[in-house]
Write a protein that binds this ligand. Sequence first.
Ligand code: TRP
Length: 320
Amino acid sequence: MQHIVLTGDRPTGPLHLGHYFGSLANRVALQDTYPMYVLIADYQVITDRDRPGDIQRNVTGLLLDYLAVGLDPAKVTIFRHSAIPELNQLMLPFLSLVSVAELSRNPTVKDEITHSSQRAVNGLMFTYPVHQAADILFCKGTLVPVGRDQLPHVEMTRLVARRFNERYGEVFPEPEAMLSDGSLVKGLDGGKMSKSRGNAIPLSAGEDETAALIRKARTDSERLITFDEQARPEVANLLTLASLCLGRPPRELADEIGYGGAAALKRLVTDAVNDFLRPIRRRRRERTEEEVHAALAEGNRRARERAITTLDEVRAAMKF
Ligand code: TRP
């Protein structure tokens, strides 16, 4: 099957090791097989906050992270929402295809509302999954690599595609999700690795900063290091992290540390992470802002061309 791959991130802060092992490594592998689009979802940033924050800095940071891990702008179209008016315009007909009840049932949206505490919920919070359908359908994407929390949005996209085709004739494919295992690496406190929880190792962190983060990681007081995900989840998570960086089984690492305790474990993890990230961090430093912005400008241009064609097709199908 000749897939078209589309995926993306909200530019809300630096990417971390959870992103790397959960999705970035997979994207780098996919870029040689399929045409791929990677979206910097800047309009999605204002779903759960009042202001976009330092959006330009976050967009530049995201671009640097992408290029540093090995996404190749010659193969991958990297673009941002706000540069593609025709993508955004698809949201209008798409909104007419879904009911308010369907919008209110989305479990990921409900979850985000629960976590956004006292803030008044804005209209974009309920409708951004339809905007995300436009993200995926503007390029007729067929394969969407995402974490489990994004499944309701892929379902919404399938619904939009199906209803559009039923009403106006066959225009869109029904894309499928490609699930990544987001739980592979957890944060340094044992919870989900997340930039907002302060338990993440950013790809762009310095080596000393990385060491300090790992030094503070939660462990237990057992001297003998063993790999036991049930009984010792924090120790197991650190071993998993080192294992992914070193390409060696976690049990073998545990045996090697033996009675060294948490201190030896953390030393090993710190070296493994810093060694692993060194070439990525070097590539990140070598890129200039001009280079990354040139890559984005070219990606925006290609994505916009694609969006114009699709919007024309949509208008023709609707007889507008
Ligand atoms: N909602 C995704 C997130 O929060 C980001 C995103 C926006 C996305 N549009 C997309 C992911 C399209 C995949 C496909 O991480």
